[in-house]
Design a binder for this molecule. Structure first.
Ligand SMILES: [Zn+2]
Length: 383
């Protein structure tokens, strides 16, 4: 039997309305002057009001940073770090989608232990300690609240990741009431991203382990079953909580059993075209599943039986039924379905394929080796 190790956040709270207790939760991890990292859209939607009131009621000084940009550029993270340092904060709350949570991780780290971003891209290069960190996701989603990864966009339009156990938060707080107002397309894109995390974690080549497997199966069951309802009726708090839990489980899984070619091929699309992360994954998902199918049949059959109770066979048919079920679910989502419809230029595909080959950090996890020619063919199939 293979050896494995597994890490996650030390404390996870799932509580409807829990954001209104952030004062008490922050005090619990020793915060008295907090830097709340969010984006302008959440402020406009009034979503941070309960959190801020709770923090102030607990006599915590609050500095709100709402300039987080999607696909955070290095400059935006540096601006947040500078603002946090100027405010003299002793703790950080990430409050929002993946970009806010990823920015919050690096603020907590770099305010306490200054270091240059380009020097810490990669695995295990960052040095600690960091400030206390609480993560509150408002999409279901990235799972960023329980991953040790922060993804930024470099000045050369590459997506690069800082990966370090220092980036796990002290507390991850799931409050489904914060997600009731997400528009259908955002719900759909982020939900499919979470499904991809579960699928790619379960089929990962190097660090597959029984804990990640159990979480990935449960995540995919929750996400596959609840996504259509979350997209069609966003106001159901239980459906929304199921999506947040699915996203959390998938995040815990892939933090320890990393994602593969879907993400590796999605990153160049985000880097060059600034499309949402979930959409870029969705655009290449089915083409990658079909590419992997010849070597991943047994694993895809297991996933198929997990989400389609009527499937009983372990053979090729179950694997094919799994890919068909995912294809159908993705096709029903309210956003662009092909690279062409998403505005990608056909002449860019060779450049995108070359960029994808630079994401070896993830390609090594894919169940099937991906060559430059394979990457181009997958993009062409998705066009
Ligand atoms: Zn993702």
């Amino acid at each position: 039997m293979s050896q494995f190790s597994f890490e996650t956040a030390p404390r996870i709270i799932c509580e409807q309305g829990g954001a209104n207790r952030l004062g008490e939760i922050s005090r619990g991890v020793g915060i008295s002057r907090v830097f709340l990292v969010t984006d302008a859209g959440l402020i406009k939607a009034g979503l941070i009001e309960g959190a801020v009131a709770s923090l102030q009621a607990a006599d915590i000084q609050v500095t709100v940073f709402s300039d987080v940009l999607a696909d955070p550029p290095e400059t935006s993270v540096q601006a947040a770090v500078d603002a946090a340092r100027a405010a003299g904060v002793d703790g950080v709350i990430g409050f929002g989608g993946g970009s806010s949570l990823d920015t919050a991780k690096l603020v907590a780290l770099l305010v306490k232990t200054p270091q240059e971003l380009p020097a810490i891209y990669g695995i295990g290069l960052a040095k600690g300690p960091r400030l206390p960190l609480i993560q509150v996701p408002t999409t279901a989603g990235t799972g960023s609240e329980v991953t040790p990864i922060s993804i930024l966009t470099t000045p050369s339009h590459e997506k690069k990741g800082v990966v370090s156990p220092l980036l796990y938060p002290d507390v991850a707080l799931l409050d489904s009431l914060l997600t009731l107002g997400l528009p259908p397309a955002v719900t759909a894109m982020t939900g499919v991203d979470a499904m991809v995390h579960a699928i790619e974690s379960f089929t990962t080549r190097l660090k597959k382990n029984p804990l990640s497997d159990a979480l990935a199966i449960k995540a995919l069951q929750l996400l596959y079953a609840n996504l259509p309802a979350a997209v069609s009726d966003g106001k159901d708090a239980q459906v929304r909580e199921n999506m947040l839990l699915g996203s959390l489980f998938a995040g815990m899984a892939f933090a320890n059993a990393p994602v593969g070619a879907v993400h590796a091929l999605a990153y160049p699309l985000g880097g060059h075209y600034h499309l949402p992360h979930g959409l870029t994954n969705s655009l290449v998902l089915v083409a990658v599943l079909e590419f992997n199918l010849p070597v991943a049949k047994a694993l895809y059959a297991e996933l198929g039986r997990a989400i389609l109770p009527e499937l009983t066979s372990a053979g090729d048919q179950a694997a094919i039924a799994f890919v068909a079920a995912i294809r159908e679910r993705v096709a029903s989502m309210p956003y662009a379905q092909t690279l062409r419809d998403a505005g990608i230029k056909e002449g860019d595909l060779p450049m995108l394929a070359r960029d994808a080959m630079n994401v070896q950090r993830l390609l090594v996890n894919n169940p099937r080796d991906v060559t430059l020619e394979d990457a181009l063919e997958i993009y062409q199939a998705a066009y």
